[in-house]
Design a protein around this ligand. Structure first.
Ligand code: GLN
Length: 237
């Protein structure tokens, strides 16, 4: 039974949005919390079900155009995600999930589709599909090492004044304007798959710390070695 004090991780619409192993983001958060003795409870919310409002960290993944449109409609009708974020919850939104958080995004034929307006961004179809490895330097205010991941999207994303770019692209396309992702308060949007939190454990820790405060350090030497290898390969390639 979940205890009241467990960290509640909410995985939104696994039946619609979970490409390229984005569900791994849930596993990484669970594992990094549990390795520090923090109890977790994970709630998988299918698209027919209401979004719980008392979660701590909400995760949403990438997807094809049609399920993305359905997910946006259902989230808008539900309204629970807005209320959860207003209560102080954190969120990581990936690719299609990231675009949905904005005011609008490009549908199957490039037509504008309404997002849910949780982030001050808007997306549309770009000139070409962005596919491949991405490396980006994170906004200094967040104090994180470089982000690495895999991107595959048609959309480009324009950031409004209500958000800050998450990072500056060194390799890859990201938002399409030299930056990748965005953040506002405790909400992070990104084009990164990989899954993003497996490739970037420091980003997982940032989300955790926003809810539980200062975190005990973990021995990440094995993951760090893999990260170094991957970064070196991508940057040389
Ligand atoms: N359908 C969106 C796009 O192509 C998102 C794709 C994804 O989530 N991988 O831009």
């Amino acid at each position: 039974m979940p205890s009241d004090s467990a960290l509640r991780i909410v995985w939104i619409y696994p039946d619609l949005l979970s490409t390229y192993g984005d569900q791994g983001n849930v596993l990484v958060l669970e594992q990094r919390a549990q390795r520090r003795g923090i109890l977790t409870e994970t709630i998988h919310v299918r698209s027919a079900d209401p979004i719980p409002e008392t979660g701590d960290i909400y995760l949403i993944g990438g997807g094809e155009d049609r399920p993305q449109i359905l997910a946006a409609q259902r989230l808008r009708r539900d309204g629970g995600l807005h209320r959860a974020i207003a209560r102080g919850a954190a969120m990581l939104a990936v690719c299609a999930g990231y675009q949905i958080m904005g005011s609008t995004f490009g549908g199957e034929e490039g037509q504008p589709v309404d997002g849910i307006g949780l982030l001050d961004i808007s997306s549309s179809r770009g000139p070409a599909r962005a596919v491949g490895e991405l490396v980006a330097e994170v906004d200094a205010a967040l104090n994180l090492p470089a982000l690495t991941g895999f991107e595959n999207h048609m959309g480009v994303t324009h950031l409004g004044p209500g958000v800050r770019p998450l990072s500056k692209t060194i390799k890859g396309v990201g938002n399409g304007d030299g930056f990748e992702g965005c953040y506002a308060g405790h909400v992070v949007g990104t084009y990164l798959h990989g899954p993003a939190l497996a490739r970037n454990p420091a980003l997982a820790d940032l989300l955790l710390s926003w809810r539980v405060g200062q975190l005990a350090p973990l021995d990440d030497s094995r993951y760090e070695a893999l990260r170094k290898e991957r970064l070196a390969t991508v940057l040389q390639g």
